[in-house]
Design a protein around this ligand. Structure first.
Ligand code: 6PG
Length: 249
């Protein structure tokens, strides 16, 4: 299922509406909204909308913030996904640190991944044995990666752990990332994709050929939903009728 928005601003507005709807439903049904934020630059506009137009529309005191991935840098580093979220969302909304669960990029990666899994298992309500995040925001790289699940990396084959330390050879660096077992347990996945450089990857995943040859294409919640929001540039190579590879609209 995908929706095409005119531009990055339009996508941020639609994403904010989806975020607010997920939050309202989760708080109504469970008194809590556990959301994993995406890294990169695309979410900035969404964060600004949430901290602006939606500041008084969401029960922020019921929201627990997690992360889909993190670079292995300190939390105040310019490349830190946590720092971007703090500057654009947490500080403007005065979110209590007690409800922010960041991946500790400053620690030894394997240790940090194990600790993050423990955080998820402690604080995110589970149905069965796996914690179910209510919403996971994800981006898409031009190589088809999402979170820090990059092509040809070890974390792609992780079948048990909920978070992993993942060495990304193309950058010669370690990353921390949620794994497919964790993502597949989510209630809702929302992909935010902007820019022409994503159009080939988007077409390989959502086009008529479709397929799960790319990491982002393998994010398939067991009983949750996936919605892709793309701007026109990223959707340029998709069927205009909005039908996906398996015919869903
Ligand atoms: C990261 C991300 C990564 C990102 C995509 C898209 O830490 O970089 O989590 O998966 O979402 O690379 O990044 P942009 O939004 O900057 O295009």
């Amino acid at each position: 299922m995908f929706r095409v928005l005119p531009d990055a601003e339009g996508l941020a507005r639609e994403a904010a509406r989806e975020f607010a709807a997920s939050a309202a439903e989760s708080v109504r049904d469970r008194g809590l909204f556990c959301v994993a934020l995406s890294g990169g630059s695309t979410p900035r506009l969404l964060h600004e909308r949430l901290a602006g137009d939606w500041a008084r529309e969401i029960a922020w005191e019921r929201v627990r913030f997690y992360f889909g991935d993190e670079r292995c840098v300190p939390p105040d580093h310019e490349r830190s996904n946590y720092r971007m979220a703090r500057e654009t969302l947490f500080d403007p909304l005065a979110i209590s640190a007690t409800r922010i669960f960041r991946m500790r990029g400053e620690e030894e990666p394997r240790r940090a991944a194990l600790d993050y899994e423990a955080e998820l298992r402690t604080h995110v309500p589970a149905e069965g044995v796996i914690p179910r995040l209510d919403l996971v925001l994800l981006g898409l790289g031009s190589d088809g990666h999402t979170a820090s699940l990059f092509p040809e990396t070890q974390a792609l084959v992780e079948k048990r752990r909920l978070a992993a330390a993942n060495f990304v050879a193309k950058f010669s660096e370690w990353r921390l990332t949620l794994t497919y077992p964790c993502l597949r347990a989510a209630r809702r996945i929302l992909f935010l994709v902007t820019g022409a450089e994503k159009s080939d990857a988007a077409a390989a995943i959502l086009g008529r050929r479709g397929g799960d040859s790319l990491p982002a294409g393998r994010v398939k919640p067991r009983s949750g939903s996936v919605l892709w929001l793309l701007d026109r540039a990223a959707a340029a190579k998709l069927p205009v009728d909005g039908s996906t590879a398996d015919g869903r609209r």
